[in-house]
Design a protein around this ligand. Structure first.
Ligand code: FAD
Length: 510
């Protein structure tokens, strides 16, 4: 039976069982679509990376002997919309059956279900064979539980998938080495430069412009760094094992003004596009560790395994457990607007300037920059989580809603009222000072709370606690901070609040 099989831009899994054998009756379709480029304003590097990866994937499956069609964004016959593309292919190739892979986004899942319901031909859906867990495994795991603790889920996954296990004991006799993963980086060991592919992306960048797609952020078209084929992704993985793994855990939470990537893997795009599977990433990293145990400590490797087997799968499970309501949550009722400097990078706050300019230049910031600098700022200034979500979804190379939204709206903005985080990730400037060298050269003074030069994070932090004290009064983990707030000199608190309100009124003057 003549069958059409859809491959979405984040389903570039060449190892999928679909491709194990050739069948002349199967036609694969990949399409660059305005539907996907326009649902949010994306960073130019993100659109370039997806289009280049899709084009490479198309070449790969053709080389494997499969039949496939590809719509480029500027093709005159490209309908730019999923339903129309499927309809056009069904008619052109006299298709009798339509098949697709489970999308990871709720939006596309719903759309494809509707498309299939309206088709006059048979349809079928297959697993992407990418994740360790099924969509609803986390819901089943936490059934009847009030607290959805990542750590419990992670330990069960370690046992179930036999990763870093010695029989039933965790390797190193400890499940979690989080406490060892919080070093400040002071240049003790050199940071190898990132693996850069120095590709020429001018052609695709011009096509994006020609098509009229509105993007933001910066790109050096002739020196594009991201991996856009499976082979390149494997090179990034190998580079990580050989050069970065041995210090990954130590400096996982560190920030440094001279080092954009520190010891982070930069593998999120490779995995989120499914060019690499989390299984092959973890198996490769663990095998490398076992071969090099004299040089690499367990705390480096466990930290990495926890991010992928723990956080990545957990976040995906939360998304499918909570959608579609999750997208509307705004538990703290924050309604302020995002300042303009999120698009220009122009601010005198050194930490924000570095994190935002890096995001605009590289389409990348690491976890602590996203959580404890940018996200901390948007939460303290009580920005509407819809705006925060849209910015994060647009700016990062790895941002796909299933992983972006629970991290941003949930973990970082506490808009889910504590489904993911047991307390809000907010801090004054002292945390940023402890974990980075940003404060030393900042226009603002990290020791001050309300003067002209006071670090805005300090002013905003105490104001936030005061504004939200009713909401958090029953939260034990907030008890210590709320007690400190209670003991604060009322006059000092008054000055802080006046200053915080002035900041919130005019964030672009920061
Ligand atoms: P590394 O530090 O090398 O970590 C290795 C891998 O672990 C990552 O590639 C990623 O796949 C996984 N990982 C680590 N933390 C998380 C996490 N919290 N959730 C899911 N996977 C994780 N990650 C995305 O992939 N897409 C996003 O849109 C995204 N948005 C985020 C928004 C906020 C506010 C925060 C706090 C985090 C977000 N993350 C997101 C998680 C994390 O910041 C990125 O996965 C990481 O920075 C990617 O860089 P890396 O590959 O060098 O990661």
């Amino acid at each position: 039976m003549k069958t059409l099989r859809l491959i979405l831009g984040d389903q570039l899994n060449a190892k999928h069982s679909w491709f194990h054998k050739n069948d002349k009756n199967i036609i694969y379709v990949l399409a660059e679509m305005r539907q996907e480029t326009d649902y949010v304003k994306h960073h130019i590097q993100k659109v370039v990376a997806f289009f280049l990866s899709m084009r490479n994937f198309y070449s790969t499956i053709l080389a494997l002997g499969h039949q496939a069609v590809y719509f480029q964004i500027t093709d005159p016959d490209n309908p730019q919309d999923l339903e129309k593309i499927i309809a056009a292919c069904i008619q052109k190739y006299d298709i009798k059956k339509f098949e697709y892979l489970l999308p990871d986004e709720y939006r596309l899942d719903e759309q494809l279900k509707t498309i299939c319901a309206n088709l006059k031909i048979a349809s079928g859906v297959f697993d992407t064979e990418h994740f360790y867990t099924t969509r609803h495994e986390l819901s089943d795991f936490f059934e009847g539980k009030k607290l959805l603790l990542m750590e419990n889920f992670y330990r069960t996954m370690r046992k179930k998938h036999h990763l870093l296990m010695d029989g039933s004991t965790p390797v190193g006799n400890q499940w979690n080495f989080d406490a060892d993963n919080r070093k400040k980086y002071k240049g003790e060991v050199p940071v190898p430069s990132e693996k850069n592919f120095h590709k020429n992306a001018s052609e695709v960048a011009s096509q994006i412009q020609e098509a009229g797609i509105i993007t933001f952020g910066n790109i050096t078209e002739t020196d594009f760094s991201w991996p856009t084929s499976r082979e390149e992704c494997l090179e990034v993985l190998d580079y990580f094992c050989r050069n970065l793994l041995k210090h990954f855990g130590d400096y996982e939470d560190a920030m440094h003004t001279d080092e954009k990537f520190l010891f982070h893997s930069r593998l999120s795009f490779a995995m989120n596009s499914k060019m690499l599977s989390p299984k092959e990433v973890l198996e490769t990293v663990i095998a490398f560790y076992h071969k090099n145990e004299s040089e690499i400590s367990i705390s480096q490797v466990e930290g990495f395994v926890r991010q992928i087997l723990g956080w990545r799968e957990y976040i995906r499970g939360i998304y499918w457990k909570e959608m579609p309501n999750y997208a509307q949550l705004n538990a703290l009722e924050n309604h302020n607007k995002l300042p303009n400097f999120f698009w220009t990078g122009k601010t005198k706050m050194n930490c924000m300037s570095h994190a935002i300019n890096q995001s605009l230049d590289e389409a990348y910031a690491h976890h602590i920059q996203r959580l404890m600098v940018i996200g901390n700022f948007t939460l303290l200034t009580q920005i509407n989580p819809d705006e925060v979500d849209a910015w994060y979804l647009g700016v990062y190379i790895d941002a796909i809603e299933w992983v972006e939204m629970p991290n941003t709206r949930g973990m970082s903005q506490y808009a889910d009222g504590g489904i993911i985080a047991t307390k809000p990730y907010v801090s004054s400037g002292s945390y940023i000072n402890k974990m980075s060298n940003n404060c030393a050269k900042c226009h603002y003074n990290v020791k001050e709370k309300f003067g002209d030069k006071a670090c805005p994070f300090n002013t905003l932090y105490w104001n936030f606690l005061d504004e939200k004290k009713e909401y958090f009064k029953g939260n034990q983990r907030m008890g210590m901070m709320l007690n400190l707030l209670k003991k604060m000199d009322p006059e000092e608190l008054y000055k802080i609040k006046v200053k915080a309100n002035a900041i919130i009124e005019d964030m672009d003057s920061l």
